[in-house]
Ligand binder design. Structure first.
Ligand code: OSB
Ligand code: MG
Length: 395
């Protein structure tokens, strides 16, 4: 398989951009208004604490971007949180990147692809870039008056949905798995931790011998734990997610040779290039795409196409987003390219009340993207204002 070529991509995108600009020039009315951009720090309490191998979270501190031009309001949500544990980025670094480097690149309303070219010289910080890039997808789709998924590619019309369960005692987890299955979730993912993986996976597998089950380690193992990881092979997991270090493709490739359980990478796939490297060296067969982790939809599309071409599988993960971030994930997860159920559970799994008035509902483990323009969310302005801790007007 050939390496994804940046240069070819740029030529293609430049023409795409020209075509798009011409379209905008023909229909200038919607873009004539004054452009404002605010970043809102919103805090929503979780219904239950969410525990992973890197800690427990009790609330979602989200940075919500809001772009207004006469008549069109677009949104973006940064997937960073208060601490740099899942990734080196956190809310403070992403706010800094947005305020001091990225915001000046969107004053003339570039397309998402053009924004990605403009920000290419900035190393890393893909979560900050993704928040801006996805805001632009929402904005462009709203200008065109169509759901964002139509700009992305052929859709199944729905996202297939699984659940991600934080760590808890086996009896509590078994009860939560039962309830999840009753609600129609198509796959159950258990968070695991070093030393406790066998007991929790065995308890759930014994109680539910047939269900599609996976385990997510969030990088808590090393190759020294090989024997313990091999013992999970007997449970027929659909995949083991991110067992080793976040930046270690080499050991994941070694581990993949030792296990019969396929490996899924999450944290390790920070860029399109990393996805290509991981697939080429056999570090994974499955990729958890979080658009907010890889720099947005443009890169997510590239990762999805690359992975499927390699014979791998993709699904869309989550970062405990509010209904705004969730709407982006559900749109992407509804693409035909995405072949495994993702972590796009409906809003009521985490929040008693969400920022949107039209939360998703799930039927038979499926969620339909909103039919309205862009991400189609109807923001609950009163609750949004009440949940805002602080906001900054950047443009
Ligand atoms: O590893 O997939 C992960 C939440 C926060 C950080 C990392 C992860 C998760 C989840 C939750 O698993 C998925 C969701 O948003 O429902
Ligand atoms: Mg994960």
């Amino acid at each position: 398989m050939t390496r994804p070529s940046g240069r070819e991509g740029r030529v293609f995108l430049a023409f795409g951009w020209l075509a798009d600009r011409r379209k905008t020039l023909k229909e200038p009315a919607a873009t004539l208004g004054h452009l404002t951009l605010t970043v809102n720090h919103v805090r929503l309490p979780f219904l239950f604490p969410f525990t992973t191998s890197f800690g427990t979270e009790t609330e979602r501190d989200a940075l919500i971007l809001r772009l207004d031009t006469g008549g069109v309001t677009a949104f973006g949500e940064c997937v960073t949180s208060t601490g740099p544990f899942y990734s080196y980025e956190d809310n403070v670094t992403s706010f800094h990147m947005i305020k001091d480097h990225l915001v000046r690149m969107i004053k003339d309303e570039p397309t998402p692809e053009e924004f990605m070219q403009r920000s290419e010289h900035i190393r890393g910080h893909n979560m900050a870039k993704a928040a801006v890039e996805m805001l632009l997808w929402d904005y462009q789709a709203k200008l065109a008056g169509r759901p964002v998924v139509q700009s992305l590619g052929p859709s199944k019309g729905h996202a297939d949905v699984g659940i991600s369960l934080g760590m808890d005692k086996p009896e509590v987890t078994i009860d939560r798995v039962r309830k999840a299955l009753e609600r129609g979730y198509q796959r159950v993912k258990l968070k695991i931790e070093r030393g406790k993986e066998f007991q929790i996976v065995k308890s759930v597998r014994d109680a539910f011998p047939e269900i599609p089950l996976s385990a997510d380690a969030n990088s808590c193992y090393t190759m020294k734990d090989l024997a313990a990881l091999k013992k999970l092979d007997r449970f027929g997991l659909v995949y083991l997610e991110q067992p080793l270090e976040h930046d270690d493709l080499f050991d994941h490739a070694r581990l993949a040779k030792e296990l019969s359980t396929p490996i899924c990478l999450d944290e390790s796939i920070s860029t399109v290039e990393r996805a290509w490297q991981a697939l080429e060296i056999g570090a994974c067969q499955v990729i958890n795409i979080k658009p907010g982790r890889v720099g947005g939809f443009t890169n997510s599309l590239k990762v999805a196409k690359l992975t499927r071409k390699h014979g791998g599988h993709v699904w869309v993960g989550g970062m405990l987003e509010t209904g705004i971030g969730r709407a982006f994930n559900v749109s992407f997860a509804s693409l035909r390219l995405v072949d495994y159920p993702g972590d796009t559970s409906p809003n009521d799994k985490y929040f008693a009340r969400d920022l949107v008035k039209n939360p998703f509902s799930m039927t038979k483990g499926r969620i339909k993207p909103n039919p309205g323009p862009g991400i189609g969310v109807d923001v609950d302005e009163e609750f949004f204002a009440r949940s805002t801790v602080k906001s900054w007007k950047l443009l």
